[in-house]
Design a protein around this ligand. Sequence first.
Ligand SMILES: Cc1cc2nc3c(=O)[nH]c(=O)nc-3n(C[C@H](O)[C@H](O)[C@H](O)COP(=O)(O)OP(=O)(O)OC[C@H]3O[C@@H](n4cnc5c(N)ncnc54)[C@H](O)[C@@H]3O)c2cc1C
Length: 297
Amino acid sequence: MRWEHDVRLATLARYRIGGPADRLARPQNLDELRDLFGDLGEAPYEVLGTGANILISEAGLRAPVLVLGGEFGGLEVEDGAIRAGAATKLPALAGAARKSARVGFHFLEAVPGTVGGGLRMNAGARNEWLWDRVEWVDAVTPSGELVRLTPEEAQPSYRRVSVPENWVFVAARFETKEGDPGAIREAHFNFRERKVNDQVYDLPSVGSTWKNPESPHPSAWQIVDEVGMRGARSGGAQIAERHANFIVNLGDAMAEDVLDLMIETRKRAHVHFGLWLEPEIRFWGFEADRLAEVGAV
Ligand SMILES: Cc1cc2nc3c(=O)[nH]c(=O)nc-3n(C[C@H](O)[C@H](O)[C@H](O)COP(=O)(O)OP(=O)(O)OC[C@H]3O[C@@H](n4cnc5c(N)ncnc54)[C@H](O)[C@@H]3O)c2cc1C
């Protein structure tokens, strides 16, 4: 398996921000992934989907990066289930469910990213999450062992799952029920239309910046709005006018621009609401003190 060197992560990540990975490999199947683990020994590594939830620093990453491809991109519709490889795109999974009239996948419409990233983040919206549909997930441990996990074992919750961070999800089987094709098409169409109208798709972003705090606090977007940060700009990054929980890259944003907006928002939210916002997005390649300022550690 070949390692590529000095790969600019901005070209692979949705935000179009991020410096080089010293080493990056694109395993196409389980054997190649296991070979890489053999190569890595005990060394830490990162897995990149499409970076639709990651802010990567300009310094980039010294840890090797794995990007799944090839056989990990499979998608099969079966009786009562859909099987997907971890590199399959979430909108492709939503599309397969819609076309085969399976209920309950509309909430993945217009959610960028891969099944692997979606499982790690427990992607979803409005109380419907990817792990709600899972029958089992296959993950590979750093020693190359293939482990099959049920939702009961993985204990998914809001934007997290209790599976070690260095296990790589490689495939999943989603339980499905057939429904009325017209009603399913409409549910998908309505969800997509509302999401695309309310959120930001014309500029690079990584979706919701902050997790929603627990009730009785308002939603994260309302907090950002109320502390006067909607539309705020730092360098090439801006808190979107259309959706205050999105920070967009106007074209030449640096990672530090995004971080500055987040840190200022977080300080103001603490003053006004007495709470510390918690980031939904993940951070690669930052110093511990910057991560602490943004609430990521
Ligand atoms: C416009 C927009 C709208 C969005 N809307 C939503 C939404 O409605 N709901 C929602 O939940 N999110 C939303 N997001 C965020 C994003 O789409 C999800 O978090 C998605 O699951 C990220 O997938 P990814 O493959 O890009 O993961 P990445 O961002 O590449 O990675 C996210 C995390 O998953 C890990 N990871 C990736 N692949 C694997 C794997 N195979 N095995 C183990 N770990 C892995 C990474 O190491 C990282 O820690 C939105 C983002 C954008 C830009």
